[in-house]
Ligand binder design. Structure first.
Ligand code: AMP
Ligand code: MG
Length: 330
């Protein structure tokens, strides 16, 4: 069993010992207004947790004897939210006498993608709400080659959307508005606004793009601004991903994180990989967004490598880094 609670979503899923994935049961915290308040999200998670566990167990007709181990996101994420997931995991683990495994959320996005798509040694473009990183394996670590210097790409999209009264999550709504504009412009490149383009070597930045897009949207059609916002934000990610592929010599690009649900980002990654003779991959949408199944999948790999987490080492780590975890499997 895997328990995910790094931010807005509490999600619980399973994987079996051979690596078969079972869809998660998830509950998303939606604030009435504004962004996510960590303590309000944590309260939400603690209220929905018991029902999520029992509905998942009932759905699959599993009993406690079927549970080999309980894994949970130990970090990175919002402290109050992580604490709820960790408490639920500790309780179930001791009640069911199943080993406890704390895992690195970012690494889980990679491993569920590898499981789902069959790619072997990819560069991961991890584009989610709070995180935007380009990651590749070197020796026994997944190394961060580049990352956002300010806000996550998903947070940027959500903030732009919120500025226009569009509720969280804003990314899907921006995608729809962009598609409307792209359908209208045919080949006229002049319709693409020039916005700040935040590539700094292999790092990224999105806050200048956000400010500029909000400014333009006061005068120009929202669809045109959404389209231009997506083109700039996604191009910058794909540029850094390509640079990472060139430097590491790797030929596979894997997308992960909620923003990897976006059709235009997927299209750009496919074009870039094709142009350089590589291959692009993305998991099903349910495994792009935060989900318990990916936490279970990473727990499975840790367990099969002989690693479990003792109770006195199970404290959460909100600022855990992708490369702070050693990777013991191939
Ligand atoms: P995560 O933090 O990985 O759960 O992903 C949540 C983020 O993904 C939010 O910022 C959403 O706005 C974003 N997102 C979800 N679907 C899409 C989409 N189709 N296009 C762009 N962003 C999306
Ligand atoms: Mg995530």
């Amino acid at each position: 069993m895997g328990i995910e609670s790094t931010a807005h979503t509490l999600s619980i899923g399973f994987v079996d010992e051979a690596g078969k994935l079972y869809s998660s049961e998830s509950a998303l915290f939606k604030p009435e207004e504004g962004g996510i308040h960590p303590r309000e999200a944590a309260d939400h998670h603690s209220v929905v947790a018991p029902n999520l566990v029992s509905s998942l167990m009932n759905r699959e007709d599993f009993s406690q004897d079927d549970i080999v181990a309980v894994s949970f996101s130990q970090g990175p994420g919002l402290g109050p939210c992580l604490r709820i997931g960790a408490s639920v995991a500790r309780s179930l683990s001791s009640f069911w006498k199943a080993p406890l495994i704390g895992v690195n959320h970012c690494v889980a996005h990679i491993e569920v993608g590898r499981n789902q798509t069959g790619c072997d040694d990819p560069v991961l473009l991890y584009a989610s709400g709070g995180n935007t990183q380009v990651i590749a394996r070197s020796g026994d670590r997944y190394r961060v080659i580049g990352e956002t210097l300010d806000i996550g790409i998903g947070n940027m999209l959500d903030k732009f959307a919120r500025n226009h009264g569009i509720a969280f999550p804003g990314g899907p709504a921006i995608e729809k508005l962009s598609q409307k504009w792209a359908g209208n412009i045919s080949a006229d490149e002049s319709e693409l606004l020039t916005l700040p383009y935040g590539v700094h070597g292999t790092d990224l930045a999105f806050s200048g793009l956000l400010t500029s897009a909000i400014f333009h949207s006061k005068k120009l059609p929202l669809e045109q601004v959404c389209y231009s916002l997506q083109e700039h934000a996604f191009s910058s990610c794909i540029e850094v991903a390509e640079r990472a592929m060139a430097h590491t010599g790797k030929s596979e690009l894997l997308l992960g994180g909620g923003v990897a649900c976006n059709g235009r980002l997927r299209e750009m990654s496919a074009i870039m990989c094709e142009e350089r003779g590589g291959q692009s991959f993305w998991p099903e949408k349910q495994y792009c967004i935060d989900n318990g199944t990916m936490i279970a999948e990473l727990g499975r790999k840790e367990l099969q490598s002989g690693r479990i987490t003792e109770l006195d080492e199970s404290a959460i780590d909100p600022s855990m880094r992708t490369d702070s975890s050693t990777i013991a499997w191939t």
